[in-house]
Ligand binder design. Structure first.
Ligand code: GLN
Length: 172
């Protein structure tokens, strides 16, 4: 919300399928994907988000949000939206204390290296043929895109850099 305000983009919290009807794009933030799945089933949000994405509207998942979007989830396996053809491993760097800030590159989006905040982050283990890697940190893909779906394993809202959010907004 703070990042979107800084950029000057209007936002609204989406807590129900009805809320989703009032937005042009959706950001699924970080957090705990298992908890978010519980809200999904309570609010019927899973089918609503699939319909929303199926209409070509942009969806951006960061960290837990990226896990929710993936086609395959491991460590352990869980329910998913399967809107993005990647395999993702939860908590793949280790526990909370293994969280870190790393340097990464998004060559098509920015000419400068980006600071990337990984909090109990997942690792993308497989990238499908239709998925474009837009960002990497070391050898690992950390920002991927499949048409209207964007996913980051880091938290781009936690730095001052607006590159990633501006890129997502121009997909609307
Ligand atoms: N570890 C969390 C999960 O598996 C994701 C952490 C995050 O979103 N920063 O859902």
């Amino acid at each position: 919300m703070k990042m979107l305000e800084r950029i000057g983009a209007p936002w609204k919290l989406v807590k129900s399928a009805h809320d989703l009807e009032e937005v042009d794009a959706l950001i699924m933030p970080g957090g705990e994907s298992t908890t978010m799945l519980k809200f999904f089933s309570e609010e019927g949000l899973g089918p609503a988000i699939k319909k929303f994405a199926g209409e070509g509207k942009p969806v951006f998942g960061t960290c837990a949000g990226a896990i929710l979007l993936a086609r395959e989830v491991s460590n352990p396996p869980q329910e998913k939206l399967a809107l993005l053809d990647i395999a993702i491993e939860r908590n793949a760097y280790g526990r909370q204390v293994d969280s870190s800030i790393r340097q990464g590159e998004c060559p098509e989006l920015a000419s400068h290296p980006l600071e990337m905040v990984f909090i109990r982050a997942p690792i993308i283990r497989r990238v499908g043929a239709g998925v474009k890697v837009l960002g990497h940190s070391g050898e690992l893909p950390v920002l991927v895109e499949q048409e209207n779906i964007l996913a980051a394993t880091f938290h781009p809202e936690l730095t001052e850099d607006e590159t990633i959010h501006r890129y997502f907004l121009q997909k609307i």
